[in-house]
Design a protein around this ligand. Sequence first.
Ligand code: DCT
Ligand code: MG
Length: 442
Amino acid sequence: LLDISWYTESMRAGLPVQILDTHKLQEQRTDEAEVVVFCVPSYACQRRTTLENHNTILTDALSLLAENAELSDQEGRGVAFRRAAAVLKALPRAVTGVTQLRGLPCLGEHSLRVIKDILETGASAEVESTKQSERYKALKVLTGVFGVGPKTAERWIRERIHTLQQLQDSGHTLNRAQQAGLQHYDDLNQPVAKAEADAIAEVVERAVVSVSPGAQVTLTGGFRRGKPTGHDVDFLITHPEEGREDGLMSKVVSWLESQGFLLYQKTTRNSYLESKDGPARPASNMDRFERCFSIFKLHEDEGRGTGHPGTPTGNTAAANTGSLGDSDSRSQIRGGEQRLLVSGEDGGPEETKPAGHRPWRAVRVDLVVSPISQFAFALLGWTGSKLFERELRRWAGHEKSMSLSSHALYDNKQSRYLRATSEQEIFAHLGLEFVPPSERNA
Ligand code: DCT
Ligand code: MG
């Protein structure tokens, strides 16, 4: 799977070469080496990608182009940029010249051009102009509203709606999710810290255990991979006795609602049936579990731990006035700007707490319930990263003739499902070395 034709070529031409084989994470040193080249396997799921990224300038640029493509309904381009960024994330040190990249997989012409521009001039004109473009800025602002996807944003932009104020003035009827998204815009666009995720985990555990003793809660998504922040908090819930997870979601949601923890929730029912659905992968592999998309009300004394411990909270709905933007008067909705005003942000001048200081914040929380028989697949599927998951499925299909989803693994050659009770077993079925969550940050 490694393209090393360039290597033999270089050797023949008498060029000194140093290969850094990131797969084995060993640097092979040659003292006379003048050219340091990197060598990685082509599927992200064959690589170990920690959070230590030596090429953030390059990967940020490629990720921005990926995001712009995804927001513009160009999935193929988006994936190409994501794959290129992921290869650079896996390198053991900073790239200093394009010659080092010879032989690396997933670096198409376009990505290489962007990388070359940055290495040679310090910036990519394409990235800079994308960042500054009215279209990109509008797409970011509008899709920053929970419940608004790229298609809706696109439609609004065609109607010259670029900011939240323009959206509000447009008179468009927003659905319940979008209304909540607009109301909690500032909070939901502020990263969630690990301490906040842990505080929410405690509440979710209390909820789950009180409605079903014995049921288990696992923190998944980026936090399971060791990320210090995330855009939401993802939980997977199961019960060790098959079938006992049935009906669990509605009870958990009712408990959370009755205690005033949910500002918004929408639950979708489980619709996966092995016998009926068969091995064919559903259109989206993420949508078949019983799942609850919610906006959680996290109180300061629930362990936010960032500045005001012990502040009396007063768990009332009074703070929530229903005006545009739930944040207090400090925050202003200024669509078109990427960053919103947050108290003391980036160590800036500390602002005085306004009278209406709100002792809670809104956080996106996703709950998923899985039967124990599918738990390992669900855990693997919900841990991410998105690209790692995509690559696992591509590996399964292209290299192993298998279909992997968050529910099951089907072997097309043997025409049977392969069972697994742990992530390790799934990697083994796929003929892959086990990659722990902290190394799935592709
Ligand atoms: N997932 C996936 N494919 C998708 C969406 C999600 O495989 N299209 C999986 C991988 C991650 C997990 O679900 C949770 O999704 P997110 O919360 O979007 O990702 P995350 O890695 O947790 O990112 P963040 O830290 O920003 O929340
Ligand atoms: Mg997440």
